[in-house]
Design a protein around this ligand. Structure first.
Ligand code: ADP
Ligand code: MG
Length: 580
């Protein structure tokens, strides 16, 4: 075909497609406009996942009636005037494309009033053409109603997911903006139901509670670090609170929600060795940096940006998160409040106060100390996080816990969790060469349902790398010929079933993540159980093995292996030192 210039209508729909992919992209653009207009109240109404209606109203500065028509023209914006401005953008919008794009693929009604005028104006746009414009009664602010999205772009319409899926996308988008802008009141109404409502009083932890529930909100750890001219703040989940995918990792840069692989990596690296592979934190982190240091003009939907100082930013994120994790939970501390003598006034634990885990161990003191000088190298943080002091075994209690002593206090160790950790690291080391495997004297037969068998068949190769020798035997049956050595002695069918239990849904489980999860399951099964009396030499061996671990403080599933009662805590509880 010869080269021709596309008709205006086609060109505008193509451009729209880059910005407006689905209902959530409409909501995002409209929200950004409200925030740029300094709104303090934003109301979002959705019907049928946005397919039928998206209406976003604000109490911001409004659009003068004489400019309404321009607002929906392509490349018309009030936020940018010359090329130079592109290098220090402080608003969320800047291309003047969103309203034009939305207007070209829907039936859109724009109502707006500025403070100076007594009445506002309303304008109707239908598939990109201005249909009507007239004065209208309105409160100060702007309201954009988008109906019948993609009515004139059947190809797009076909790619929309189920209403429910689109609805969830919008929920999660609005949720994130509500968290990033705690000073703005958000109301989200889906199909007539109030889904989300924030107070706009500026308290981000309150928004968290609103969105995730009080329990999770209370557990989230605060992150705050200023290294002029950069700043990071927000919340991260403790190592005990994780998800099976990365969906709840959120970054805002200068008020803009963005996706960035390097920032994700920095966050995950900060958790490294503390989380089991395949588990991810929940986080919302807000970065502030000079507008000049971020190039926001690189992605059609403005969902990605480019940084001028990636390394510095990476290190800031990593250190801020690492510190927050260490200060808040190096080893779970027995909540001092729990032991507080009755005579002392018990303060009602404020919902929004710091988590019950008190940052009072020597380990965290050390970190806090060095934090002030601002010079702790990352490597050192990590060392402190994982290293255990040399422990002296005191004994076993309740056939479940080991007690040990170190210069910094008393350690209560969960024998099952600790052994899981020891086995996990040993297995992982062996995995790099060859996992010792042992043939069964009598091969065992395992029979599965049709669908389970199909799925299992797909895992046989992975399992063979992990020390299992299993062959299909027809009609949903399999022959188990050998097991990894650490499982020998257990019932072979049961051992294999443990491995194939349903995994939690993850979009892209990587091969080594799957393997790690399987290894973790195997180790859980093989580990010493709670309730087993251990001989003194077994106790000692476990303790030494644990000391040698790279991440002795958590089991492979991220649960703590130990509780630390610091000398400091003991002294305070016994009244040897000034009470708090
Ligand atoms: P951009 O946000 O990139 O400028 P848009 O197409 O989203 O482009 O909006 C075009 C213009 O319309 C904006 O520059 C702004 O002047 C005006 N506008 C849009 N939405 C609002 C709103 N909610 N309140 C006030 N002005 C708005
Ligand atoms: Mg905009």
């Amino acid at each position: 075909m010869p080269i021709t210039v596309l008709p205006e209508k086609v060109a505008s729909q193509i451009a729209a497609g880059e910005v407006i992919e689905r209902p959530a992209s409409v909501v995002k653009e409209l929200l950004e406009n409200c925030l740029d207009a300094q709104a303090t109240l934003i109301t979002i109404q959705i019907e049928k996942g946005g397919r039928k209606l998206i209406e976003v109203s604000d109490n911001g500065i409004g659009i003068p009636p004489g400019e309404l028509e321009l607002a929906v023209a392509r490349h018309a914006t009030s936020k940018l005037h010359e090329a130079e401005d592109l290098f220090h953008i402080k608003t969320l919008g800047f291309r003047g494309e969103a309203l034009a794009s939305i207007g070209s693929v829907s039936r859109m009604t724009l109502i707006s009033k500025i403070a100076e005028n007594l009445e506002g104006a309303v304008m109707e746009v239908d598939g990109g053409r201005i249909k009507a414009m007239m004065p209208s009664a309105a409160d100060k602010g702007t309201s954009v109603r988008v109906q019948d999205l993609f009515f004139n772009v059947p190809a797009r319409l076909k790619f929309l997911k189920k209403d429910q899926t689109e609805r969830l996308q919008i929920d999660s988008l609005v949720t994130r903006y509500a968290l990033a802008y705690p000073n703005v009141k958000f109301h989200l109404i889906q199909d007539g139901k109030l889904i989300l409502k924030t107070s706009g009083n500026g308290d981000r932890r309150e928004v968290l509670a609103n969105l995730f529930g009080v329990d999770i909100a209370r557990q989230m750890l605060q992150v705050d670090l200023v290294e002029s001219p950069m700043e990071i703040s927000g919340y991260i989940s403790p190592i005990s609170l994780t998800r099976s995918n990365r969906k709840e990792i959120t970054f805002f840069v200068n008020g803009r929600w963005i996706q960035d692989a390097a920032l994700n990596a920095a966050l995950l690296q900060a958790y490294h060795t503390l989380l089991m592979v395949g588990r991810y934190p929940i986080s919302i982190l807000l970065l502030t940096l000079p507008a000049e240091d971020v190039d926001v003009n690189v992605h059609p939907a403005k969902a990605e940006v480019r940084f001028h100082q990636t390394d510095r930013l990476f290190s800031l994120v990593q250190r801020a998160v690492r510190r927050s994790l260490l200060v808040n939970s190096p080893v779970p501390q027995v909540n001092a409040g729990y032991w507080r003598p009755i005579a002392q006034p018990v303060h009602q634990k404020d919902l929004w106060s710091t988590p019950a885990i008190a940052p009072s161990s020597n380990i965290s003191d050390e970190i806090t100390g060095s934090q002030e000088s601002g010079t702790t190298p990352i490597g050192k943080d990590q060392e402190i996080a994982s290293r255990l002091p040399i422990l002296r075994l005191v004994g076993q209690v309740g056939a479940t816990y080991l007690i040990a002593e170190a210069p910094d206090g008393l350690y209560l160790i969960d024998q099952h969790a600790a052994h899981e950790r020891v086995l996990f690291e040993k297995y992982k080391r062996q995995h790099q060469s060859q996992i010792p495997s042992q043939s069964l004297l009598e091969p065992a037969i395992l029979t599965l349902s049709h669908s389970a068998a199909e799925e299992f068949q797909g895992k046989l190769v992975t399992l063979s790398h992990l020390g299992f020798e299993i062959e299909p035997f027809g009609a949903g049956s399999f022959i188990i010929r050998s097991l990894p050595s650490i499982l020998v002695g257990s019932d072979p069918q049961a051992a294999v079933r443990v491995v194939i239990e349903d995994f939690e849904e993850d979009e892209t489980p990587l091969q080594n993540e799957i393997e790690d999860r399987i290894i973790a399951r195997i180790c859980k099964r093989a580990a010493i159980k709670a309730g087993k009396v251990l001989a003194a030499d077994e106790q000692l061996a476990l303790l030494r093995d644990l000391e040698a671990c790279e991440s002795p403080r958590t089991c492979p599933h991220g649960r703590p292996t130990m509780i630390h009662l610091s000398v400091d805590l003991l002294e305070r509880q016994f009244g040897r030192r000034g009470s708090r």
